[in-house]
Structure formats: C-alpha cells, structure tokens
Design a binder for this molecule. Structure first.
Ligand SMILES: NC(=O)C1=CN([C@@H]2O[C@H](COP(=O)(O)OP(=O)(O)OC[C@H]3O[C@@H](n4cnc5c(N)ncnc54)[C@H](O)[C@@H]3O)[C@@H](O)[C@H]2O)C=CC1
Ligand SMILES: O=C([O-])CC(=O)C(=O)O
Length: 356
C-alpha cells in the first residue's frame, strides 16, 4: 500500500516524461535533462496510443516512433507504460515519447493530440468470437472515448479494440452524448483484413503482395468481412474454387492466428503493422496529401446500415469521402446480404450499450 502510494507520487511528479527505475536515478536523470538543449516541438503530428503496453500497443508504438510525420508520441495504458516508454524513447528517431499510467493520467495523455489510436482491451482465446469480448471491451472503449470527448474532441480516432462492429458505434454514441461527434473523425481499423487479403491473393496468384490491392468491405468479424475479389487492382480473374478458398481464409484470418497462438492472444504483430499503415494514411491525409484511399469501418450511407466498411478518402478533416461499393458479382451480393444481417445486430448492440 505504502509502496504503491509512493510509486503513484513519483509517476505524477514526472508525468511529462518516462519513469526511471529508482528515485536516485530519477534525481540524476531529471538533473541531466534540465541541462539538455533540446527544445522539443519539432513539426509534425501528436499521436496517442491507448493500450500502448499490450500485444498490439508495443509494436505499434515502435512503428509510430519510426514515422517521420509524428513529432510527439503519447503512450497510455493501465499497466507497464513506464518501461515501454523508457525503451521506445531510446530509438534515435524524431518523435518525443511520453508515458502515462492509469486513469488519473488520461487527461495529460490526450490533451493536444491530433490522432488517437485505441488498441486497449482483451483479445480472443480459441473458441471465442469477437463478440464474446463485448462485455469487457465495451466499457473500456466507452471510458477512453469519454476522455477523448473531454480532452481532445477534435482528434481523429482509430478504433482497433474488438468487436470493432460494436465498439465504433459505442464511440459514436459517447461522442454524440458529449456533443463532440464528427463522423469524419471516427474510423474503425479494418486494415488487417485488407493486408491479409493482399497477402493471400498474392500467394494464390504467385505475385508480390505489394503489387495487388484487394478492397475488403462490410465489417470486421466473420461473414461481415467481405473481400471484393471482382475488384482486385490490377484486375485478375479467379476460379470458383479460388474465390471460395480466399473468401474463407480472409474471413477467418483472425481465428487462424488465435488458434495458432493457442491461448496466448490474437494477431498483434501483423495488426500493429496494419494499424501503423492506417495511421500513416490518416496523418498523410491530415497533412493534405491528395488521393489517400483506405478501407475503414465508418458512419456511412453506402448501405442502409449506419456504419459500414468501404473505401474511404482520407484528408485534412478525416474520412472526407466514402466510395460506393461498385459493381458486385452474384457471390459478393449474397455475401453482402449475410454481412448486413450480422452487422445490423452488432451495431445495434453497441448503440444500446450507451443509450440504455
Ligand atoms: N481491429 C483489428 O483488426 C484487431 C483488433 N484486435 C483487438 O485489439 C485489442 C487488443 O489486443 P492485444 O493488444 O492483443 O491485447 P493485450 O491484452 O495484449 O493488450 C491490451 C492492452 O490494453 C490495456 N488496457 C486494458 N484496459 C485498459 C484501459 N481501460 N485503458 C487503457 N489500456 C487498457 C491492457 O493493460 C493491455 O496492455 C483486442 O480487443 C483485440 O481483439 C486485435 C487484432 C486485430
Ligand atoms: O481475431 C481476433 O480476435 C483479432 C482480430 O480482430 C483479427 O486478427 O482480425
């Protein structure tokens, strides 16, 4: 008890930077830092990762520290951020890294952020669906979004925590209640589905995955993950057998990893890669780069559902344009009907969680 109170005081004193291992070290490092000539404040964007000490959070922090568009990187979690922050902060790239531990430091973690990425929450174990995570992760996402609404209401928000099909509607409802909702700022991260689709399609075709782009629409769970193989760029044709194999593998890519990890969690490394890719696209959009298009689960009028993943053009104000689905073949039209049925329930579950 005594020790944890002292630890909290120490963390509070140095909340603007990382936590050294002992109080003596702290004095020395603060003294040394006070002599540093660094002014900080290089041009670039301020990015916070909430859940930064987790399986996704740590490699994502590493990748964001390597991103030249990032000037300040805030790492927030309810455990272990001092160590992760100390570690990442030694990388000789431009971003200044600061760690924040626990709810009392959420405000400092969020103030001034341009982009907030949320991988906080529990992952699946074998035999579970993403929806089985709802009971724990819904509350986590709600609390973090309440903080975003208060302390960085204009930030772009990337939601990774599952079930994405429900956590994005939860975030939207929290922002609506706070009066800060801007649908263009709220993006569910479905990039891993696209990354997997590119990889598996390239494997079947015997080409480099970097040379193919597969749109994946719908949502981020089972049948709601709908790859549009008829719209692969550049165009390729597939046999019926290939289409069935690829659709099944893309829809169950997450489960493939969960089973291979056998109780040790779900995709973390490929997810961090995908999240970093998506965050980079958001930052390039914020910078004003033209023609940035990614798939994302957003508020949408592409179907009759209030949220849907499809191709989105990212710009200075976030998701600036949402593209229609384009022509679908019969197999994809049938898949779309299945996806919409499941998505409707997951969206409603998220909305009801906040409105109840
Ligand atoms: N959107 C997508 O494509 C994917 C989503 N996910 C989801 O991402 C989430 C995280 O996965 P992992 O990193 O593997 O889990 P993990 O358990 O390794 O890490 C989660 C981190 O969240 C932290 N956390 C818990 N409550 C928190 C709170 N209230 N505030 C801040 N941090 C909190 C934990 O302390 C932990 O460090 C899971 O829900 C998982 O299902 C995973 C892979 C792909
Ligand atoms: O499958 C899971 O639970 C994690 C996830 O969302 C994915 O890997 O696509």
């Amino acid at each position: 008890m005594e020790r944890s109170a002292e630890a909290s005081r120490r963390i509070a004193r140095i909340s603007s930077h990382l936590q050294p291992p002992s109080s003596q070290m702290e004095e020395i490092s603060l003294l040394r830092r006070s002599n540093c000539r660094s002014k900080g404040g290089a041009p670039g964007f301020k990015v916070a990762i909430l859940g930064a000490a987790g399986g996704i959070g740590q490699p994502l922090a590493l990748l964001m520290k390597m991103n030249p568009l990032v000037s300040v990187l805030h790492l927030y979690d309810v455990v272990n951020t001092p160590g992760v922050t100390a570690d990442i902060s030694h990388m000789d790239t431009g971003a200044v890294v600061r760690g924040f531990l626990g709810q009392p430091q959420l405000e400092s973690a969020l103030i001034g952020m341009d982009l907030v990425i949320i991988p906080a929450g529990v992952p699946r174990k074998p035999g579970m669906t993403r929806d089985d995570l709802f009971n724990i992760n819904a509350g986590i996402v709600r609390t973090l979004c309440e903080g975003i609404a208060k302390w960085c209401p204009n930030a772009i928000v990337n939601v990774i925590s599952n079930p994405v099909n429900s956590t994005v509607p939860i975030a939207a409802e929290v922002f609506k209640q706070a009066g800060t909702y801007d649908p263009k700022h709220l993006l569910g991260v479905t990039t891993l589905d696209v990354v997997r689709a590119n990889t598996f399609v390239a494997e079947v075709l015997g080409i480099n995955p970097r040379e193919v782009s597969v749109p994946v629409v719908g949502g981020h769970a089972g049948v709601t993950i709908l790859p549009l193989l008829s719209q692969v760029n550049p165009p390729y044709s597939f046999t019926t057998e290939e289409i069935r194999y690829l659709t099944d593998r893309i829809q169950n890519g997450g489960t493939e990893v969960v089973e291979a990890k056998a109780g040790a969690g779900s995709a973390t490394l490929s997810m961090a890669y995908a999240a970093a890719k998506f965050a980079d696209a958001c930052l390039r959009g914020l910078r004003g780069d033209a023609g940035i298009v990614e798939c994302s689960f957003v508020a949408s009028q592409v179907t009759e559902l209030p949220f849907f993943a499809s191709k989105v053009r990212l710009g200075r104000s976030g998701a600036e344009e949402i593209f229609p689905l384009g022509p679908l073949n019969e197999f994809e039209r049938a898949g779309l009907e299945k996806a919409k049925k499941e998505l409707a329930g997951s969206i409603q579950k998220g909305v009801s969680f906040i409105r109840k």
